[in-house]
Write a protein that binds this ligand. Structure first.
Ligand code: FMN
Length: 419
């Protein structure tokens, strides 16, 4: 039997049917109120037939006042419980797990859609690899705000479990809030949440413990963690490995390894060619991490050919192959890997040639393909990058106008009462 077809038992006893997982990709398919939509649910019905043993949703926000992107789903209460149930049911009748990735963006957010930016410390981003991510100085969170966010992670996880998702994943990578706490560059606090690695890791430990307390011991909890931030003064490989050890001892069920932030997007392969080992981005790291933990490891970034995926699992350096962008253009990828009808899942895309725009293209081009899948259209590998950019810009403009209109209306209502 192909090693990729072997089942995997997680520490809590849950079984993943095979070694292929769809890694999180922000779908940007909520409605204006950040509620799940039929197009989003359709998309997961499609991916449920992909043959993958695990699907991880795009990041779901835990707080409507802290948004990563304009059309993120937010789960902070049970208002949309029926739609969440339908989403969870999208995999019904298959052996596919559906885990929800939960996230708080902290300082790595769009100014246009967040009135207030909160982060571990008042350290702004230097630049965003993705258009519209702000360089505005965030406000440092106070103790009670930190505790409220930890509580919110637990609350969101519990709602998603009750709705029928079969696991949750903490987004602890790519420069969002959890990874901001871990990094000595973005976390310069001098209280119990900053300083030594032990203190910087306290936030993710408390988030994990809160979720565990809410969902119980039988429900899988995973994390996506950076192997490193690839930034001077940022979270290092040695520190990351220490966190792997700590979370393994805490009892986490699956650790997915990625790397980088939107300032230094290593997760998209923006690294020295020499550090990419046979198409895969963080292989050196995983080999070292394997020696530190018995917790199942998933590696994401660059996997494109069946032979490389097979070798990686057969080498026992990792357990689960994480795949993101190929799922947007090869929605049947799991089955194609197993029945050998395709062996290469190349994802080269056309670019505009304008550097500032092409930074964002690596995300928004795939989001457009994802939307096509949700609308029951076939992928379009020759999709024009300019039309993708135009549509995205209109979406941002619409959000900005709505926000300004809302502000003006509030101002009018408030001041008309004074007359
Ligand atoms: C459109 C798009 C959206 C993404 N959204 C997320 C996300 O919500 N959460 C996350 O952890 N990673 C996200 N990623 C990163 C992917 O999960 C993955 O780490 C990266 O694309 C590298 O894997 P690949 O080479 O298989 O695509 C996103 C990537 C793309 C292309």
């Amino acid at each position: 039997m192909n090693v990729l077809e072997q089942a995997m038992i997680l520490p809590n006893g849950s079984i993943l049917n095979n070694r292929i997982a769809k890694s999180a990709m922000s779908e940007n398919l909520s409605n204006k109120h950040h509620e799940p939509t039929p197009v989003l649910i359709n998309l997961y019905k499609k991916w449920a037939q992909s043959g993958a043993g695990l699907l991880i949703t795009g990041n779901i926000m835990i707080d409507s006042k802290a948004l990563g992107e304009p059309r993120n789903v937010v789960v902070e209460n049970r208002k949309n419980f029926e739609m969440l149930k339908e989403w969870a049911q999208s995999v019904k009748g298959t052996n596919t797990h559906l885990w929800a990735q939960i996230n708080h963006p902290g300082r790595q957010a769009m100014e246009q859609i967040n009135s207030d930016l909160k982060a571990p410390s008042a350290v702004p981003l230097k630049s965003g690899g993705r258009k519209n991510i702000t360089k505005k100085i965030p406000t440092a969170l106070n103790e009670s705000e930190i505790l409220a966010i930890i509580e919110a992670f637990g609350n969101t996880a519990m709602i998603l479990k009750d709705a029928g998702f079969s696991g949750v994943q903490i987004h602890g990578a790519h420069g969002y809030l959890v990874s901001q706490f871990l990094s000595p560059y973005s976390n310069v606090r001098t209280d119990k949440w900053g300083g030594s690695l032990e203190k910087r890791a306290q936030f993710v430990i408390e988030v994990y413990r809160k979720i565990r307390a809410r969902v119980g011991s039988n429900f899988p909890i995973g994390i996506k963690l950076n192997s490193a931030d690839f930034q001077k003064g940022g979270f290092s490989e040695e520190e990351s490995m220490e966190v792997v050890k700590i979370l393994s001892e805490e009892g986490i069920d699956l650790i997915e390894i990625s790397g980088g932030t939107y300032e230094a997007p290593a997760m998209m392969g923006k690294r020295k060619e020499s550090t990419i080992k046979r198409e895969v981005y963080f292989m050196d790291y995983i080999e070292k991490a394997r020696k530190k933990t018995n917790t199942p490891l998933m590696l994401t970034g660059g996997f494109r050919t069946t032979s490389v995926m097979k070798d990686a699992v057969a080498s026992n350096q990792l357990d689960i192959i994480g795949i993101a962008r190929p799922f947007a253009v090869y929605p049947n990828i799991g089955n194609e890997i197993f029945n050998k009808s395709r062996i290469n899942f190349n994802t080269e895309i056309k670019k505009t040639g304008v550097k500032g725009i092409d930074g964002a293209m690596n995300i928004i081009w795939y989001e457009s393909q994802i939307k096509r899948l949700g609308k029951e259209k076939t992928p379009k590998p020759d999709l024009n990058p300019w039309s993708v950019f135009l549509k995205y810009s209109l979406l941002i403009l619409e959000q900005k106008l709505t926000k300004n209109l809302l502000k003006k209306t509030m101002f009018f209502i408030f001041h008309s009462g004074e007359r």
